[in-house]
Ligand binder design. Structure first.
Ligand SMILES: NC(=O)c1ccc[n+]([C@@H]2O[C@H](COP(=O)([O-])OP(=O)(O)OC[C@H]3O[C@@H](n4cnc5c(N)ncnc54)[C@H](OP(=O)(O)O)[C@@H]3O)[C@@H](O)[C@H]2O)c1
Length: 223
């Protein structure tokens, strides 16, 4: 498959790019800063510099033509409310417009679980982050694309163990970025899972079993 990753130098993005290229997929890795190019190259992806805020969707569309799917793995990572609106919000809108106009049929969006931050004092900017994430989910869910929204728990950089708990709603927890990447790889290769929001945290099932169960319960059989 040909997959584009927006945010390919990020924590989940670079791990996903590596796993996909190891799997034999052709990956285009979109990154923002020139110093990130070597991270993308090291993952085996073809590096393409693209800024979700400065460059228009038509720039992304022209680089995405011919791809089977695009994964949105970018994020403002706590750089302020304005950046959150521009990247996690408007950036997703741009990627949807780009995928649509490039006739890339499928988009996987990394979102966040609604419980994120609960149980501690939430700053105004974190509250804003959750609002923007939900709005981006709504925008993608009402688009004409074939989409899957993945809501992981709190992300860690620990080594992955290939084991997760996933469903339409699961208890909040943490998950290794490596396992989120493995989960998205599996979803990219499972066309029967479409137009669903799925939550994922660390858990007892292999990634393959978890996605198989989702397909058994909610998959579109004729695909
Ligand atoms: N942290 C958590 O616990 C958590 C939990 C659930 C969901 N999430 C979500 O999961 C996703 C992946 O998280 P992560 O921690 O792997 O992300 P990350 O390491 O922060 O990577 C995000 C990537 O997006 C890039 N980016 C930012 N602005 C951009 C722009 N204007 N144009 C192009 N690229 C841009 C960043 O580049 P720069 O380095 O140049 O900014 C970075 O490479 C994010 O959407 C995040 O909100 C996070």
């Amino acid at each position: 498959m040909r997959i584009g990753i927006v945010g390919a130098a990020g924590g989940v993005g670079r791990r996903l790019a590596r796993k996909l290229t190891d799997h034999g997929d052709e990956v285009t890795g979109f990154f923002r800063r020139i110093e990130q190019e070597e991270v993308v190259v090291a993952s085996g992806a073809k590096p393409v510099r693209y800024d979700l805020v400065a460059d228009g969707p038509e720039v992304l569309a022209s680089a995405l033509r011919g791809h089977d799917a695009v994964v949105f793995a970018a994020g403002a990572h706590g750089t302020g409310a304005d950046q959150t609106s521009l990247i996690d919000g408007k950036g997703v809108e741009s990627a949807i417009v780009a995928a649509d106009s490039a006739m890339v049929p499928r988009m996987i969006l990394i979102s966040a679980m609604p419980e994120s931050g609960r149980g501690r004092e939430i700053s105004e900017s974190f509250e804003h982050y959750l609002t923007v994430k939900k709005e981006a989910d709504q925008t993608l869910a009402s688009s004409g694309l074939d989409w899957v929204i993945v809501r992981p728990g709190r992300l860690t950089d620990d080594d992955g163990n290939g084991r997760v708990r996933s469903g339409l709603a699961v208890p909040y927890g943490q998950i290794q970025r490596d396992d989120v990447a493995a989960f998205i790889l599996e979803i990219l290769h499972e066309p029967r899972l479409t137009r669903h929001i799925v939550e994922v945290v660390d858990g007892p099932s292999t990634v393959h079993e978890a996605v198989d169960t989702l397909v058994g319960l909610y998959g579109t059989p004729h695909l």
